[in-house]
Design a protein around this ligand. Sequence first.
Ligand code: UT7
Length: 316
Amino acid sequence: MNGITICGTGAAVPENRLTNEDLTRMVDTSDEWITTRTGIKSRYISQTETTTGLAAEAGRLAIENSGIDPKKIGLLIVATFTPDNLTPSVACMVQRELGLNEVSMAAFDLNAACSGFVYSLAAAGGMLAAMPDKYALVIGAEVLSRTIDYTDRGTCILFGDGAGAAVVKHRNDARLVSYLDSRGDDRIICAASAGKKCYAPQKLFMNGRDVYQFAVDIVPRCIENVLEQAGYTLDDIKYVICHQANARIIAAVSERLGAAPGQFVQNIESYGNTSAASIPILLDELNRGGRLTRGDKLVMAGFGGGLTWGAMMTEW
Ligand code: UT7
């Protein structure tokens, strides 16, 4: 068996908050358009913070929250598509920042864009089965603002920066229930570097309307897949934590699945879309808000660039 349990969470965001009002001074938009089309009111944008810095702070808080001995961490995964360097990985730099260079661990970044945290938890579940006495530190961290074209009103209003983290432990008495999928597609695309041979735009490009349709179609099916595998219905689930891409997507998925009010949790209003960080930031909010009780069943669902998508069921 290779189940997991989450034993602590943490989150970090940059200091600088960018409101819809601020954006109206940068592009032709309005608070009303952004609020009704996306549910977003403000987001945090890095001025000096790095992906590594945010990831390390979220990781430090998650370790503190879990109360574990950090020397027992055997695996550190950072889900990101905005690493500070192609090498060293953000994960290795977080290991150093946390003062854990003397601790033997596997550390690597995982790029599955906005599905990255779900993919990373699933990878951690598989890898921890081979080291059941160790913990994994799984982080989603992005400084998306460095990929954003702040003259493109279709994308610049959506994205924010931040990091969320979870300390994860192997569970012998549970099965890891996850569903991961992908399909190569350039409806969301951003070049890796400014090299002359790049065929992709240097800034993030997204065909928003297409991606919206894709998300509303695929996310309910992902969630149904993991519920079916686990032998549960939505009634058994305390919270569904969807990637925070657009409040309308979350509402449409929730409605399609006939969810109870409040079951699909949200915090997009204050953070925007933080890609791989959105699920763990929200998980941390639930944890620190005292809204989680041991044994609560949670479903997490991510979707985005790649295209990638996936869902996972876990018990708090
Ligand atoms: O995290 C990875 C996955 N990403 C997503 O899931 C994003 C999915 N897509 C979306 O969330 C939505 O498609 C957007 C929020 C990006 C756009 O909302 P939409 O309702 O699909 O708008 P649209 O692109 O169809 O544009 C509608 C109109 C257009 O004007 P016309 O052509 O109808 O005259 C746009 O030019 O809204 C215009 N528009 C804006 N107006 C004011 C686009 N952006 C803005 C803006 N302010 N910021």
